[in-house]
Design a binder for this molecule. Structure first.
Ligand SMILES: NC(=O)c1ccc[n+]([C@@H]2O[C@H](COP(=O)([O-])OP(=O)(O)OC[C@H]3O[C@@H](n4cnc5c(N)ncnc54)[C@H](O)[C@@H]3O)[C@@H](O)[C@H]2O)c1
Length: 438
């Protein structure tokens, strides 16, 4: 079915991308954008830069690039700002992260050195393994929010930006369940006034961005914007938000393989996942309270994908274990092992082993780029609140109350592309295909 196209304001001027945390993911993203702009590298891994979208029937052979189909900001128009608890500029931070070659970073030195982080809002009781001097001092949470809002406004003014987005790429905060303080805007604001400890820094950044009318995404598994209060605030203030926890290595593969096994009605008795990881993220996640946040995010995926309530004989007894081991020699080059105990016809057992030698931030950086560009598009298209069509990018996709999240990567991609078709008034692709045989 075709709909009229939705009005989308053109991407005039420049787009500010403000990153909370200037660590491995952020610096790999920023350096990557500069390298691509200089023609030194290609934007592999990015849908907004490389993917096409099929329009109309298969016989029409219309498959433009996504970036030519919807009006996205171009990467030449991006400007970067960041907060971090360490004062090092993006060049030093990138060298310290150890993801990109020193020779490449040297060629980008001038641009990266110009990015110096603003003092951060930080709570050392929520991230215990690191501590840094570049932090804001404030009388209370309201004052800290005012300081964040002033950073955002100052950045937009000083760089003469047209629009901006904020993306949390900071360390994972210790596990918190959503509680009464997060249940509504009124409860959240009351908790802010009382400096309630259940309002964490990631929520303060999210609140500040939404109040400034700036889209916000959360690349990490801590709650951040994923509370009823902030989702409601985002809806009320017409700001698009998305989260949480980028789907990069092991979980990406899980959301590709598990739907495949399920589509063939193959049973799964056990799924054992373990990783070694030696970057700062790994160090932070070595604290059991922070690991718990990641574990909840990683473990939820299989429960939803395999639907043991609908298929108790196939998945009712599934034993799912996830481990992350901090192992400094590997740095950002994570190695993951999965052992899947599955069974087929008549219950005969089989095993599948996956050994993924990946690079965490190389997988994450293009997702940050896509999120920045798609959130900006969403705002110019008048969308607000939770952007479920961006589930494709997340381990724990935000979703409306009463819904279960969609984790299957291929369904998530269809949802994303159909949203783009919908925005442009193109026919949605249902894959029914009956028209070719009528
Ligand atoms: N790389 C991936 O594949 C991937 C995938 C999913 C999620 N993530 C998440 O993304 C986040 C970033 O990962 P990374 O590898 O860049 O980690 P990192 O440790 O290299 O960088 C995080 C940075 O955030 C800073 N920071 C911590 N708390 C802060 C605060 N309150 N305000 C401002 N800055 C703060 C730290 O000082 C550090 O420089 C982590 O939470 C990680 O779990 C990463």
């Amino acid at each position: 079915m075709r709909h009229p196209a939705i009005h989308i304001a053109p991407p005039r001027g420049r787009l500010g991308v403000m990153l909370v945390g200037l660590g491995a993911v952020s610096t790999t993203f920023v350096a990557g954008v500069y390298a691509i702009r200089k023609g030194l590298a290609q934007p592999y891994g990015s849908l907004t830069q490389m993917s096409t979208i099929r329009l109309g029937k298969r016989t029409e052979h219309r498959s433009p690039l996504i970036r030519e189909f919807v009006p996205l900001a171009c990467i030449e128009d991006l400007e970067f700002g960041a907060w971090d608890i360490y004062p090092e500029d993006a060049h030093r931070a990138a060298v310290q992260a150890g993801v990109l070659d020193a020779a490449l970073l040297e060629r980008l030195r001038e641009d990266l050195e110009a990015l110096r982080p603003w003092p951060a809002v930080f709570d050392p009781t929520l991230v215990t393994r690191i501590d840094g001097p570049n932090v804001k001092r404030g009388e209370g949470k309201r004052q800290l929010i005012e300081q964040l809002r002033s950073d955002m406004r100052g950045f937009i003014r000083a760089r003469r930006l047209d629009r901006a987005v904020v993306i949390w790429c900071a360390s994972t905060e210790a596990y918190r369940e959503p509680g009464p303080a997060h249940a509504s805007i009124a409860a959240f604001e009351k908790a802010l006034d009382a400096n309630d400890s259940s309002i964490t820094p990631s929520m303060l950044y999210a609140y500040a961005a939404i109040m400034e009318g700036i889209p916000f995404a959360n690349a990490a598994p801590n709650l951040g914007v994923d509370t009823p209060a902030l989702a409601e605030l985002a809806g009320e203030r017409h700001v698009p938000v998305a989260g949480k926890d980028l789907k990069t290595g092991q979980t990406l593969l899980k959301t590709i393989i598990a739907p495949g096994l399920k589509s063939r009605m193959l049973g799964v008795r056990g799924w054992y996942s373990t990783n070694i990881l030696g970057n700062r993220d790994g160090e932070v996640l070595d604290d059991p309270a922070c690991f718990r946040t990641k574990e909840v995010s990683k473990k939820g995926v299989l429960d939803y994908l395999l639907q043991p309530d609908l298929y108790p004989a196939l998945y009712g007894d599934l034993c799912h274990r996830v481990q992350i081991n901090y192992y400094p020699p590997r740095g950002d080059n994570k190695e993951g092992w999965d052992n899947i105990d599955l069974f087929g016809w008549l219950g005969y057992p089989m095993q599948l082993k996956i050994n993924f030698l990946c690079r965490d931030s190389i997988l994450a950086a293009p997702l940050v780029l896509d999120l920045a560009l798609f959130l900006d598009l969403a705002q110019r298209a008048g969308r607000s609140g939770i952007q479920e069509w961006l589930s494709f990018y997340f381990k724990s996709p935000m979703h409306a109350p009463g819904l279960y999240p969609e984790h299957d990567l291929s369904i998530q991609l269809k949802k994303l592309k159909n949203t783009l078709r919908h925005l442009r008034g193109e026919e949605l692709v249902t894959h029914l295909g009956a028209e070719y045989y009528d």
